[in-house]
Design a protein around this ligand. Structure first.
Ligand SMILES: Nc1nc2c(c(=O)[nH]1)N[C@H]1C(S)=C(S)[C@@H](COP(=O)(O)OP(=O)(O)OC[C@H]3O[C@@H](n4cnc5c(=O)[nH]c(N)nc54)[C@H](O)[C@@H]3O)O[C@H]1N2
Ligand SMILES: Nc1nc2c(c(=O)[nH]1)N[C@H]1C(S)=C(S)[C@@H](COP(=O)(O)OP(=O)(O)OC[C@H]3O[C@@H](n4cnc5c(=O)[nH]c(N)nc54)[C@H](O)[C@@H]3O)O[C@H]1N2
Ligand code: SF4
Ligand SMILES: [Mo]
Length: 850
């Protein structure tokens, strides 16, 4: 048995380049349950990050009691990480919402569904009858529901209500991934594949702490690093993450730029690649546009110039560029260190540029992973629940709008497309101004996760705003709502979702939802029925009534698009492995890599956007776009570096950056209810560098106060391994489990990172700037003990002996078995579900899609 709190990544299974990643099956069962007592194993995939690990849920007596990885799955080859093992079902027996709540006399009181839905429909009709019409309604959803739910929301919101005010928390998460892919290649859609790890010579992680945030993907990288001919690793991160440690160990580079300076760094890397002639000139000439302009923009960014801006050694920039320029195959990943900053789209396009310049795209080992974060964020984007048009269609292209109008049998004018869809930061602004009167929040907890929380709480408390919150728990946000709807969660409903490398999984219903809780799909179908949304011929607008029918409807929406699901079905996804789209007649087994033929969806009739100016966010017109005649070529887009909107000053001398720890997901509604995970990271902390702490007279565990122009928080300090001048704070800790608070309002001591963050966003993707802001730090009190920060990860103390190591207890036992042999199964299970016996399964998962 292993303890995967202490040993986050488990035992190594090293292997050589271009050989398959070995299988290792990870299983964790409730301590009170023996493997032979499990009644059923039900197929699913983990929804605690974007990696999308295939898994089976153990069910006993109608309850979820355990989990194991699926050996046959291309994504994880049987492995699971700490969140998947300890956070996937453990919350299901706790304080769930079981009945709808409505606000009466200021209090939230329990009621039945008719009462709750009745109130919603009454308010909805009232507002739709005002002059504001559909503009009075906004939907703010998630990256954690299922595809079928998003598509239903998308159709209902666009062709039923008819509002352009729809977005996901994906705006905070991976709006930049989508934006960068659209700007460079014409459409959203990940070019690369996880299997590029097996084939690559160098891995570049741009602002991505993969070791903690996609732990199973990091196991995949580690197994190459520990094998023969390991890839060199380059980490771009102001903290000494495990990724940064690997960079040093593999002869790569750890670049630790000042927060907010990525664009200068990327420009310098690009300039070095150009000046040294590390270029695929034929590829550039045949398949790209914009090379001359790119060269001109990056020219001033000598390594020395960038080094001065980023405060990193110029030699390290040269060395990183050389690794990129001289490795035969490079795999790049990009995430929040890039996405949540003021030049997010520009810097992320910069990574696409580097790959295009070297013609490193669409071949094994040469992937780009503009990462997702949430497990189903890809589907939010695909289905249009983020406001985009479903199927990666272009709101500015009348033909695309007409395709949807025909499919849904509605007038094109009912589909809002007269202006860009409203992004979530603007939706909150309209709520603040009062023009939006109904805000329907599903699967997200903005009272903890949005920037500048004092403002968000104030908006949610307004009488002029009727808020509906749909969640499995009474979150900080739910406590401020007018109606709370109890949602069925993962394992309690059926649906599909798609991970970073386009792999689609089916998640089956394993158990009944608690009490009266319903799936998001059923809730929206009920609303659509009650509102009586109709098509042109008077038939019901939404023509499906369960997940399978919704999936079939979605397939039609994708026909002929890059994001083609027509070859998939729920049944096709049972058994074996998840399958990467596009899946169609041409690619019945799915598609591992896009753009192998270097033919990009940039033709005006194909593309998802006509593009933006990366510096200002200015929208390019259809005419301007056509004039460039992209004709299937990719765009090399560039921008100069500009400083972040808020920089350090005498009053606020430190840069604040925020992020994650391996043991918690976001606002902890699930992971905070798991004993092993809660114990591993029980409370808020902030990280200071050794010399910053010394200057402030702060020692390990001392209580410090962080203040920004927007708010303050107090937390014990970890004397960590970050760079000087940058303070790091995790954003996981809201108030639902804080004694002395009412869940949303700090009683005595505010502790959420977003009390401090700024309401600003990237001009192109509109993603907020969680990674840059200015704060001051003051010591409040001496330590009562070490800070609660884990020692196993990037938050490890600079002095390893100063703090006891983080470890799990007896309830953290995990079985890792090195081959596909499953633990003993009771006979009745084999009869009940033949697909579990492996009839469709292949264990050499890398081979299945090759
Ligand atoms: N354990 C865990 N895993 C998760 C999640 C979780 O909450 N917990 N959430 C999931 C989701 S939704 C997401 S979006 C992903 C996020 O995954 P990541 O992006 O990997 O996570 P973060 O910690 O937000 O940020 C990554 C790194 O960016 C660095 N950084 C900060 N500022 C800068 C900067 O200016 N430049 C550069 N280059 N780097 C900077 C931080 O030091 C941090 O180590 O994780 C997913 N996986
Ligand atoms: N300072 C700072 N802030 C950040 C970030 C950062 O790096 N720094 N990262 C940002 C990012 S990348 C993200 S993704 C966001 C995440 O922010 P949130 O989305 O607000 O965080 P979660 O805690 O994941 O909230 C998801 C909610 O959905 C509920 N839920 C789960 N499954 C279901 C379901 O099936 N149906 C329904 N109805 N509800 C469900 C959960 O109980 C939970 O309350 O935070 C953002 N905020
Ligand atoms: S890596 Fe992500 S998907 Fe896989 S087990 Fe961990 S949290 Fe779940
Ligand atoms: Mo995210």
């Amino acid at each position: 048995m292993s303890d995967r709190i202490a040993d986050v990544w488990g035992a190594r299974t090293p292997h050589a380049k271009d050989t398959p990643w070995p299988v290792r099956v990870d299983t964790h069962l409730d301590a009170s349950v023996a493997a032979e007592d499990v009644d059923r194993w039900v197929q699913s995939a983990c929804v605690l990050c974007s990696n999308g690990c295939g898994c089976d849920i153990a069910v006993k007596d109608g309850r979820m009691v355990g989990i194991r990885g699926r050996a046959a799955d291309v994504v994880n080859h049987g492995r699971l990480g700490p969140k998947g093992l300890y956070g996937s079902w453990q919350w299901s027996r706790t304080d769930r919402l079981t009945r709808p709540l409505v606000r009466d006399g200021g209090e939230l009181v329990e009621c039945d569904w008719d009462t709750a839905m009745g109130r919603i429909v009454e308010r909805s009709r009232q507002l739709l009858a005002t002059d504001a019409g559909a503009l009075s309604h906004a939907f703010y959803t998630s990256g954690q529901l299922f595809l079928e739910e998003y598509y239903t929301l998308g159709v209902m919101g666009k062709a039923g209500v008819g509002t352009p005010h729809m977005d996901g928390n994906t705006r905070l998460c991976t709006a930049t991934a989508a934006a960068a892919l659209k700007e460079s290649f014409g459409s959203d859609g990940q070019p690369g594949s996880y299997s590029d790890i097996e084939a690559t010579d160098a891995v570049f992680l741009f602002g991505h702490n993969m070791a903690e945030t996609q732990t199973v993907l990091w196991m995949r990288v580690l197994d190459r690093i520990h094998g023969p001919n390991p890839p060199r690793t380059v980490a771009v991160d102001p903290r000494t993450t495990k990724v940064a440690e690997a960079a040093r160990a593999t002869g790569g580079v750890h670049l630790a730029p000042l927060a907010g300076t990525n664009q200068a760094l990327v420009n310098a890397l690009t300039r070095e690649v150009v000046h040294n002639g590390w270029l695929d000139e034929d590829y550039i000439a045949a398949h790209t546009l914009g090379f001359d302009e790119l060269k001109a923009v990056v020219e001033p960014y000598t390594p020395e110039h960038a080094a001065a801006i980023c405060q990193v050694p110029a030699a390290d920039i040269r060395r990183a560029a050389e690794i990129f320029g001289t490795s035969e195959r490079v795999l790049s990943t990009v995430l929040q260190g890039f996405f949540q900053s003021h030049q997010a789209t520009a810097a992320s396009c910069g990574v696409n540029n580097l790959h295009l310049l070297r013609g490193m795209l669409g071949r094994p080992g040469c992937g780009i992973l503009q990462m997702n974060g949430q497990p189903t964020a890809q589907n939010t984007r695909e289905c249009g629940a983020d406001g985009d048009l479903p199927g990666f269609r272009n709101w500015d292209n009348p033909d695309h709008v007409r395709q949807l109008a025909d499919l849904w049998n509605v007038d094109p004018m009912t589909i809002p497309h007269w202006a860009p869809p409203t992004h979530s930061m603007q939706i909150w602004r309209y709520c603040e101004q009062g023009s939006i009167g109904l805000l329907w929040i599903s699967g997200t907890n903005p009272a903890v996760s949005l920037p500048e929380l004092p403002r968000i709480r104030e908006i949610l408390r307004r009488d002029s705003l009727f808020t509906i919150v749909q969640d499995g728990f009474l979150t900080e946000t739910a406590r401020l709502a007018d109606v709370v709807l109890p949602a069925a969660l993962w394992g309690e409903k059926q649906g599909t979702f798609t991970n970073v490398d386009r792999t689609v999984h089916l998640s089956e219903q394993a158990v009944e939802p608690p009490g009266d809780a319903r799936s998001d799909l059923d809730i929206w179908l009920d609303y659509a029925r009650r509102m009586d949304f109709r098509d042109k011929d008077g038939a019901p607008l939404i023509k499906w009534s369960n997940p399978q029918e919704a999936f079939e409807a979605w397939k039609e929406c994708t026909r002929g698009r890059l994001v083609d699901y027509t070859g998939l079905s729920h049944d096709r996804l049972r058994g074996g492995s998840g399958i990467p789209w596009p899946v169609n007649d041409k690619a019945p087994e799915g598609t591992q890599r896009l753009y192998a033929d270097a033919d990009f969806p940039t033709r005006p009739e194909d593309c998802e956007t006509y593009g933006h100016d990366l510096l200002t966010g200015g929208v390019l017109s259809a005419q301007e776009y056509r004039a460039r005649n992209p004709d299937g070529r990719a765009f090399l887009k560039a921008a100069p570096y500009v400083p972040p909107p808020e920089n350090t000053s005498e009053e606020y001398p430190f840069l604040l950056t925020t992020g994650r720890t391996v043991y918690h997901l976001h606002t902890r509604t699930k992971t905070g209810r798991s004993r092993p995970l809660r114990r591993a990271a029980p409370g808020m902390w902030v990280e200071l560098s050794v010399s910053d702490a010394a200057r402030l007279g702060v020692r390990e565990g001392d209580l410090v106060r962080l203040e920004s122009p927007r708010g303050a928080l107090q937390a014990p300090a970890r004397i960590g391994r970050g760079r000087d001048g940058v303070v790091f704070a995790p954003f996981h800790y809201g108030y639902w489990d804080e004694p002395g608070t009412d869940g949303a309002v700090p009683g005595g001591s505010p502790r959420a990172a977003n009390e401090l963050t700024i309401t600003e966003w990237d001009p192109v993707s509109k993603q907020p700037l969680y990674k840059t802001g200015a704060v001051r730090v003051t010591k409040i009190a001496d330590a009562a003990g070490p800070s609660p920060a884990p020692t196993t990860t990037a938050s490890a103390p600079a002095d390893p002996d100063s703090v006891p190591p983080t470890a799990g207890g007896p309830d953290a036992d995990v079985r890792e078995h090195p081959d596909a042999t499953e633990p003993p199964q009771p006979a009745r299970q084999a009869e009940a579900s033949p697909e579990q016996s492996g009839s469709k399964a292949t264990t050499s998962a890398t081979g299945t899609k090759g």
